[in-house]
Design a protein around this ligand. Structure first.
Ligand SMILES: *Cc1c(COP(=O)(O)O)cnc(C)c1O
Length: 419
């Protein structure tokens, strides 16, 4: 049974319920879009104010050293590293995921100069594919594409030509989870280097980059990590590759001795080699404050809860939405499902607009997918119950969509009626 009382009982027994206190959410909103932009941790405004008013205003140029601005990308990189199973000194923050994808794929390709193919995931986030095509043009390589589930078969077929495998452990549309360790091992058997895009996994699933033998990985700071809009991304490089890693964006802060302003380029020995230019100090201070929340919880507890949230959503779906024009796109098996549930419906965009007008925020991936992301740190079982209740209310028994009633129109106000 998926009654409101059941949801309340699950919330009462939730060992992570305390984490919600560390976020500020608008009252009355059910926020299921944290896989696109995480909610704001309550510590962020104070951190930004301190950086601006105590550090920048009062310390001026001395902030680079006295306030640790220069070291921040490495220090905060290690904080992210803890969440993804990386040893210290192997993760650095900076720029956007797109920039880091470019850097990681180019670096990986240069580790296998005798090979000509980059194998990438057909269904991955588009920026990964767009950048891979550009890297291939720059380096005179070819791109082959396969669905994540078909990467193994593609490696069987032409693995000997493959320099780089770029994949995502969680499909951003369907939420399906793929096995980093198994695909990495298969790529290594073929002699290829792996690049993993962790955007939809970090902060939501336990990751073990060292144990899984991952070569390079990238990810963003603003989804499950809640670092704020445009938060710095990060890149991880395995220790065994660092000395040979020839990253393409050789900005001054990747130099071994940047402040000597030397005429010749000499890359840093440590992970600073993957820095580019001046760190985004304001954005980093927001990300740093957001990561404080993760010091109070474990990724295992986060995962245990998002599995249960997904299961509860699917139970609610089975009881109240199935057969009414909705299909479940996300796998039902707990270990094949990331921290989201995706439904399909022919009228997805209008349904999502109507949900938003009733305070339930998810997102649409055109044309038919309705995506609901669960950040275990602030989403409750009652939130899910309310989301499905509102959605069921919007859907007709025969699967078509019901127009809002007159009283609902009044509640929704003029702006919605005008849409
Ligand atoms: C969100 C996301 C990105 C975003 O890239 P940005 O350059 O940070 O905007 C990249 N890859 C994946 C898989 C994503 O989910």
């Amino acid at each position: 049974m998926t009654s409101r009382a059941t949801a309340q009982r699950l919330d009462d027994a939730d060992p992570l319920a305390h984490a919600r206190e560390h976020f500020e959410l608008p009252p009355g909103v059910v926020y299921l879009d944290g896989n696109s932009l995480g909610a704001m941790p309550g510590g962020v405004p104070g951190a930004l104010r301190r950086t601006v008013q105590q550090q920048w205003r009062d310390h001026l140029i001395k902030g680079w050293t006295d306030d640790g601005w220069l070291a921040a990308p490495m220090r905060i990189g290690d904080r992210v590293g803890r969440l993804i199973g990386a040893a210290p000194g192997r993760t650095v923050t900076g720029d956007s995921t797109s920039v880091q994808v470019f850097n990681a794929v180019t670096t990986a390709a240069r580790l296998r100069p005798d090979r000509k193919v980059i194998l990438c995931d057909t269904d991955g986030f588009p920026t990964d594919r767009y950048l891979t095509l550009s890297v291939a043009r720059l380096l005179g390589m070819q791109v082959r594409q396969a669905a994540m589930g078909g990467i193994g078969a593609a490696l069987d077929e032409y693995g000997q030509e493959v320099a780089v495998v770029l994949g995502s452990p969680v499909d951003f549309r369907t939420g399906e989870v793929f096995d980093i360790a198994a695909i990495t091992a298969k790529a290594h058997q073929a002699g290829a280097v792996t690049v993993w895009d962790l955007c939809h996994a970090a902060g939501a699933l336990p990751l073990a980059l060292e144990a899984d033998g991952v070569d390079l990985a990238v990810g963003c700071g603003y989804k499950f990590l809640c670092g704020g809009p445009g938060a710095p991304a990060y890149i991880y490089v395995a220790e065994r590759h660092r000395a040979a890693a020839d990253q393409p964006l050789t900005g001054w802060l990747s130099h071994a001795t940047p402040f000597e302003m030397a005429a010749d380029y000499r890359p840093a020995e440590d992970m600073s080699r993957f820095r580019i230019g001046a760190p985004h100090v304001l954005s980093l201070s927001a990300l740093d404050a957001a990561l404080d929340v993760f010091d109070r919880v474990t990724v295992e507890d986060i995962r245990a809860k998002n599995i249960r949230l997904g299961r509860f959503f699917i139970e609610c779906f089975d009881e109240r939405l199935a057969g009414r024009g909705f299909d479940l796109v996300t796998p039902r098996e707990d270990d094949r499902r990331g921290s989201q549930v995706t439904l399909s419906h022919p009228d997805a965009s209008r349904l999502m607009d109507d949900l938003a007008a009733r305070g339930v925020i998810g997102d649409v991936r055109p044309p038919t997918l309705l995506r609901f992301g669960f950040n275990s740190l602030y989403v409750s079982y009652s939130d899910i119950h309310r989301a499905v209740t509102v959605l069921a209310d919007l859907a007709e028994p025969d699967g078509s969509r019901r127009e809002p009633t007159e009283s609902a129109r009044r509640l929704l106000g003029e702006s919605h009626v005008a849409q």
